[in-house]
Design a protein around this ligand. Sequence first.
Ligand code: C5P
Length: 407
Amino acid sequence: MSDLSGKHIVLGLTGGIACFKSAELCRGLVKAGAAVQVVMTEAAEQFITAVTMQALSNRPVYTSQWDAREDNNMPHINLSRQADAILLAPCSADFIARLAQGRADELLSLLCLARPADRVPLLLAPAMNREMWAHPATQRNLAQVAADGAHVLGVGSGDQACGETGDGRMLEADELVEELTALFQPKVLAGQRVLVTAGPTFEAMDPIRGITNHSSGKMGFAIARAAREAGAEVTLVAGPVALATPRGVRRVDVKSARQMLAATQADVDRADIFIATAAVADWRPATEADQKIKKDGTGDAPTIAFTENPDILATVAKSERAQRRELFCVGFAAESQDLANNAQAKRERKGIPLLVGNIGPLAFGQDDNQLLLVDAQGTRELPRASKLVLARHLVGEIARRQAAWKQ
Ligand code: C5P
């Protein structure tokens, strides 16, 4: 199932050069499974044609409140009642002002005003010149529409079509699809703070080389995304990986296990849930040479001594807050055989309420996985699925277990 399958989205375009991104956005929404109904203001039609948007959405575009195609001649009622959400992208400064005032003299503002606000969320992706964005009138209007219940999405920063540089760019199409997808996820972690470790660590032996492992970080990043979708405030402590930060997640990059421990400890006192997915190196070279270790021509290989790394999860699990059941700790275990027994033993050794096991060689670097949840009550399997789908299930399981465990 795609993320937005079964969802009916009204995509509203207002006047701005960012309309060129709305074509890509429309495709992204359709690809994610949504039915997309495009509505354009007169100004939007100066920037992109209704023909383009019709072809991409596979539906006739609406541009007027007098559209006679509707039997009752009430497109503002019909379109807003069919919708699961209304996304305005781009949303111009003028349109934000119109929303703030409750104006209704053209179709798009009319249908925003007419929407059943308790069940049809309104999302705004602002797009404008940086001075217009920073203007107190715009910020005042945005605060007003947010207070009236709209979800005001952020803006990007960088080069603007006018040649200036700054805040006010519309978010990219994939970011907007991610925001909309998040909106529909159940908010099982609302108000909670979640800390996730992800990826491998890199343990240097000299300024050039070190030891690491094949962890891609995909599972941990998916969990961070799913936790944020579920309403949590998420910090992601990431080892060296080449992955984009999930939207709305605070990321702290580290290299070594000791840095990962320090970054974790800096944040864990604020957390309600700690999820350790990182593949932390068990050992590091005992010393890190100041200069590159070179061949000396004798044919003798250098001897590298190792020392054990701190166990981040076990350290956190022993903390007072974890012991007082204010911090729910979740560990991961990659095993190569006898998953249930090994995982249960590891859970007890680490002193944590939940351990998530997987068969390492079947999980590393893959986009999908299968998980075994092990707690004091027994085991539960989450069958093979994409890491994001599994992460969403896992977040639901964690929320349920944490609530029961705290009592
Ligand atoms: O002991 P093992 O590495 O198999 O345990 C795996 C779990 O412990 C994972 O959740 C991993 O993130 C965590 N871990 C840790 N610090 C270490 C080693 C493992 O947090 N040094």
